[in-house]
Design a protein around this ligand. Structure first.
Ligand SMILES: *[C@@H]1O[C@H](CO)[C@@H](O)[C@H](O)[C@H]1NC(C)=O
Ligand SMILES: *[C@@H]1O[C@H](CO)[C@@H](O)[C@H](O)[C@H]1NC(C)=O
Ligand SMILES: *[C@@H]1O[C@H](CO)[C@@H](O)[C@H](O)[C@H]1NC(C)=O
Ligand SMILES: *[C@@H]1O[C@H](CO)[C@@H](O)[C@H](O)[C@H]1NC(C)=O
Length: 294
């Protein structure tokens, strides 16, 4: 028992220690060079991070490889295929529309299983293909009983049957579905809008959701994977708490708790980084030593 507790304690310590070392060492970005600008489908002058099939290895970012056909440039994001309709290098993001969407249907989806990863994919020290953090998420819910008393649940008549009731809920928070009604399960999530000034309101009807789906959503260029920097006050306490609550990863949550200490000691009390680090280590030893004494 004591043994496993000790191992667990030292594993936590090693994790934090590794993190500190990694941070002290600075972040190394693999040097990737820009491919020469190219035209692809209707896009002119596509450049880094985009690349096209057959480009030399090391140019552009592999997950941003475009397939160019006639008038369309397509990209794969998680399980889906999307048309790239616009690139905004100033905003470091681009605009995509689901390639399997039936543009003429008022109930357009054939592939509800197609969706991007909510937080993008981690590749080395960067996050790739993350939907813009400004997107609004439409969650589709399938309920075995009708829901009458929840204004945020907008009925989707065309997908409902006599014994299954389908609703859409839109929210800025990807996993928020109001108070999930007991008889409901989520079966799809669709990102909407999110690019330069084109945000989609919450509480949208299904007709609005379909309209916004045809316009697509914004996806970010690769960006460095980093925990929020509290000491420089880049992030408010409330925001940190929100991230903490929503992050399912236990190691991240431990790290956020340490960040709260740093926020108070370094950010609010103005202690130096060195003292903050010493306090951390003292706290860590105090927190894990009972595990060794036992
Ligand atoms: C192509 O894009 C680059 C930057 O990505 C820009 O500097 C250049 O002016 C653009 N050329 C044209 C013809 O749009
Ligand atoms: C690109 O994004 C910036 C803001 O990030 C915005 O001001 C600008 O209008 C966008 N460009 C286009 C062509 O939409
Ligand atoms: C909703 O659930 C019912 C019962 O499980 C199923 O028959 C129906 O196909 C589902 N509807 C959708 C749109 O997934
Ligand atoms: C959402 O819309 C419904 C009716 O359309 C309304 O009753 C409800 O108050 C709205 N909720 C929010 C949070 O705007």
């Amino acid at each position: 028992m004591a043994m496993s507790a000790a191992i667990h304690g030292s594993a936590t310590f090693l994790y934090v220690f590794a993190f500190l070392v990694a941070n002290v060492g600075g972040r190394h970005h693999r040097s990737r060079y820009a491919c020469s600008p190219f035209s692809c489908g209707g896009l002119r002058n596509a450049s880094h991070p985009f690349r096209q099939q057959g480009d030399p290895a090391g140019c552009g970012v592999l997950s941003y490889e475009l397939t160019c056909r006639d008038t369309k440039a397509t990209i794969h994001i998680n399980t889906g295929t999307y048309y790239v309709v616009e690139i905004n290098y100033t905003a470091s993001s681009f605009w995509v529309v689901d390639a399997n969407l039936n543009m003429h249907s008022s109930c357009p989806y054939s592939r509800w299983d197609q969706f991007p990863q909510v937080y993008g994919q981690k590749e080395g020290d960067t996050i790739s293909l993350a939907p813009s953090d400004q997107v609004t998420w439409a969650s589709l819910l399938n309920c075995s009983q009708a829901v009458w008393n929840n204004g945020r649940y907008k009925p989707v008549a065309c997908l409902s049957t006599s014994n299954s009731f389908v609703y859409v809920v839109t929210s800025k928070h990807p996993f928020y579905v109001g108070d999930l009604e007991a008889s409901c399960g989520r079966f799809a999530m669709v990102p909407l809008g999110g690019g330069w000034g084109k945000t989609v309101p919450e509480n949208a009807s299904f007709e609005d959701v379909v309209r916004f789906m045809r316009n697509g959503f914004a996806v970010r260029f690769p960006y460095p994977y980093a925990m929020p920097k509290l000491t420089t006050r880049e992030i408010s306490f409330a925001e940190l708490y929100r991230i903490f609550r929503e992050d399912p990863n236990i190691f991240h949550r431990v790290w956020y708790l340490l960040m709260v200490d740093s926020y108070v000691w370094n950010g609010m009390l103005g202690l130096s980084k060195g003292i903050t680090l010493s306090l951390w280590i003292a706290k860590l030893i105090a927190g894990t030593s009972p595990l060794y004494i036992r």
